[in-house]
Design a protein around this ligand. Structure first.
Ligand SMILES: [Zn+2]
Length: 136
C-alpha cells in the first residue's frame, strides 16, 4: 500500500534552472537540474522547440541545449517511514467524506495499511489510508 503512494510521487520530475550573468562572456550562464522522479535527464526536440526532460522544461531561444552530463540529477528517494510500533495491528476508524459511513483502516505486521472501502478494493489505495498515514 505504501508502495503505491510512492509510485505516484515518482512520476513527478521538476527541472530547476539557475542562472547568473557572466560579465566576461556577457551572457547569462544557466545550469539545469532535475529533481525527483527516477528518469535521468535527457533532451528532446519537437519541431524547433527544445526541451529538457523529464519535466518538460522548454528552452527559450536565448538558451542553448546543455550537455546531458551538465544536467544535475537528484532522483527521488523513497522515504518510507516505518509505522510506529504501537500502531501495528491497530484498526483506525475513518469517516467517509460525506460523513455517512465509517471505514476501517487496518495496519498489519508488515507495516502496510488496508482499508475496508470500495475504492481501496479497486485501486489498493484510498484517501482514508492517506489520512491515517499522515497522522502516524
Ligand atoms: Zn478507504
Amino acid at each position: 500500500m505504501i508502495y503505491s503512494l510512492i509510485i505516484k510521487r515518482n512520476e513527478m520530475s521538476r527541472v530547476l534552472v539557475n542562472g547568473y550573468w557572466d560579465h566576461g562572456k556577457k551572457k547569462e550562464i544557466r545550469s539545469y537540474a532535475i529533481y525527483g522522479g527516477l528518469i535521468p535527464p535527457y533532451t528532446m526536440n519537437i519541431g524547433s522547440d527544445k526541451y529538457i526532460m523529464p519535466g518538460w522544461y522548454k528552452l527559450d531561444n536565448t538558451e542553448t541545449l546543455p550537455n546531458i552530463e551538465d544536467i544535475a540529477f537528484y532522483p527521488y528517494k523513497p522515504s518510507i517511514r516505518p509505522l510506529p510500533e504501537e500502531s501495528i495491528g491497530k484498526v483506525y476508524k475513518v469517516l467517509s467524506s460525506k460523513g455517512d459511513k465509517e471505514y476501517e483502516v487496518n495496519t498489519n505486521a508488515s507495516g502496510s495499511l488496508e482499508c475496508s472501502c470500495v475504492g481501496y478494493g479497486y485501486r489498493r489505495k484510498c484517501r482514508h489510508i492517506d489520512q491515517i498515514t499522515s497522522t502516524l
